[in-house]
Design a protein around this ligand. Structure first.
Ligand code: PHE
Ligand code: ZN
Ligand code: ZN
Ligand code: ZN
Length: 269
């Protein structure tokens, strides 16, 4: 996607990780993050930004967290009735700034939302930044739970970006919940994902694509592997973020979305 501007992505990572800092679910940092996300989406022209509030149990308490969503509507006359979800998680572990995990994916999500605000599609694209991923994928599970059967039926692809900007991590890989290829990994490969090594993984390696897979929706996680040594430490900071990595992922996911969002794409009938 030519119009992806990597400086925008980089600046979002800086804002989220340095200006806001730690974004643990249920903290002040999360509230600032939600406000930032809503403001950004609205500044791109989205008039339908929605915030889904939910609670999850943690240490005997019910903690409140939020999913933030902006929807790109298709061109009416070509509307396929299909939907695509592009996701990331906006929370960090409570003890760190989470520049890579997952300010990077959230920053790429914002930039793709900006680009798609002025790109014609035949399919609706939902850009969703999930909350409380780190406490057990709560945001995506609550989101999936709230989807109508019709929405689930019409959702043809889910792209998750989690940890996509570290200079110290390895190559871009797509993970699926069952280790098998699907529509999303096919589109990712066609868009130039250099590595398409599908590794089944444990509970630890999960991200927000899993809830959608469980609904029968083709879903994949875009991530760099092997993970950087700063993973889930307080050293997951801006200094280790690579513009090249960010640009590469945003271009690939952006192009894959484009293929999925046009009516004449052969990958989706
Ligand atoms: N879900 C992990 C996190 O957010 C990311 C991850 C996914 C790590 C897959 C390894 C493998 O921290
Ligand atoms: Zn994490
Ligand atoms: Zn993560
Ligand atoms: Zn580094």
């Amino acid at each position: 996607v030519k119009r992806v501007n990597v400086d925008n992505i980089y600046n979002h990572v800086a804002y989220l990780s340095e200006e806001i800092g730690s974004r643990g679910a249920g903290t002040e940092g999360e509230l600032e993050t939600v406000e930032y996300l809503v403001n950004q989406f609205e500044s791109y022209g989205y008039e339908n930004v929605s915030v889904q509030e939910f609670t999850f149990p943690s240490g005997g308490d019910e903690v409140t967290s939020y999913n933030v969503e902006a929807t790109k509507e298709p061109l009416k006359k070509h509307d396929t009735g299909q939907e695509i979800i592009v996701g990331s998680h906006h929370d960090s572990v409570p003890w760190g700034q989470g520049a890579n995990d997952d300010a990077s994916g959230t920053a790429a999500l914002l930039e793709l939302a900006r680009v798609y605000a002025s790109t014609t599609t035949d399919t609706s694209i939902k850009f969703v930044a999930f909350g409380a991923e780190e406490y057990g994928l709560w945001g995506s599970r609550k989101y999936a739970e709230a989807m109508s059967a019709e929405d689930a039926e019409n959702t043809v692809a889910m792209f998750q970006m989690d940890m996509v900007g570290s200079e110290d991590a390895g190559d871009l890989v797509m993970f699926t919940a069952n280790g098998e290829k699907n529509t999303v990994t096919d589109l990712g490969s066609a868009a130039g994902s250099r590595v398409s090594e599908l590794v089944p993984y444990s509970e630890l390696g999960r991200s927000d694509h899993v809830a959608f897979h469980n609904l029968g929706i083709p879903a994949a996680l875009f991530i760099h592997t092997p993970l950087e040594p700063w993973y889930h430490t307080e050293d997951d900071v801006m200094e280790h973020i690579s513009k090249e990595k960010l640009k590469n992922v945003a271009d690939i996911v952006g192009s894959a979305i484009y293929q999925a969002a046009r009516k004449d794409t052969p990958a989706l009938e």
